[in-house]
Design a protein around this ligand. Sequence first.
Ligand SMILES: [Zn+2]
Length: 317
Amino acid sequence: MSSNDFIILGKSIKRGQRTILEMDVAKLHTRNSLRIPIIIDRAKIDGPVLLLMGGVHGDESNGVAIVREIIRKKYNRPKRGTIICIPVFNIFGYLNQSREFPDGRDLNRMFPGSATGSLASQFANKFTKEIAPLVDYVIDFHTGAAGRENFPNVRCVFGEENTFDLAKLFGAPYIVNSNYISKSIRETMHKMGKTILLFEGGKSLELDQSVIDCGVDGALNIMKKLKMQDGEIIIKKDPIIIEDSKWIRAPYSGMFQSLVKNGSKVTYKTVLGKIYDPFGEFEKKVFAPFDCYIFGLNTAPIVYKGDAIFHVSTEAK
Ligand SMILES: [Zn+2]
């Protein structure tokens, strides 16, 4: 491929050109075709290719809103290189306001996919074959699933120095060491030699402006680092680095109320929340098992014994 050509989905994008393409996802039995828009902006000057994607889980609205805001602010028009935006990756789930594909599968556990697999697997395969090879860097925007609210954080493998350094420049309040999950987009991109950051912020089916701002500012910082946008990298506060984390699980079943703020630091034996029955007969406190940072919490009003309720660091350095 000569450097003049940037060919995506069979279309050549010239330097300085902006295009919206549509990738076929599926042909429905209703005879409608399902396509997802892909917005491509190529600078006049060559440089890296950055992919921004949201809505891999269809109910994770903040991620969609982050990519949308980047487009609206025209941050996706690079000074150098190419920026590809896919605001709604799992369009099925997005329309249904559900995490999964219509066949019940989690798209983020279907990569690299297969041309003869399930609907989700075929879509994953198409992305892996046609889009993934073209990109150098990826930011994949997520939110907490199933009523869990994540304090804004960037996830990567700390042992990978370049990725970790990039994560620090994103400027989110937390950076969380997170191993590759089998068959996830992150694992597939990593195996292809790409650099990928995963952003987590807020919870599903909710738009949280502070989370959206954090994601947009972070993506802009990465673009500045890659010299795709001008200006200085802005980091409001040094991020808290979480090397090892765990979920504190509900010691009882019952109605659950958190008494701590997400994102806060707590000390050993702090009362984190309470669990009680509806009849006024029992009420139990949940204590911090050690000094820790809290960066994820369950917002469900009712929990069962063993449910994950607080995502915490195992150390509070
Ligand atoms: Zn997700």
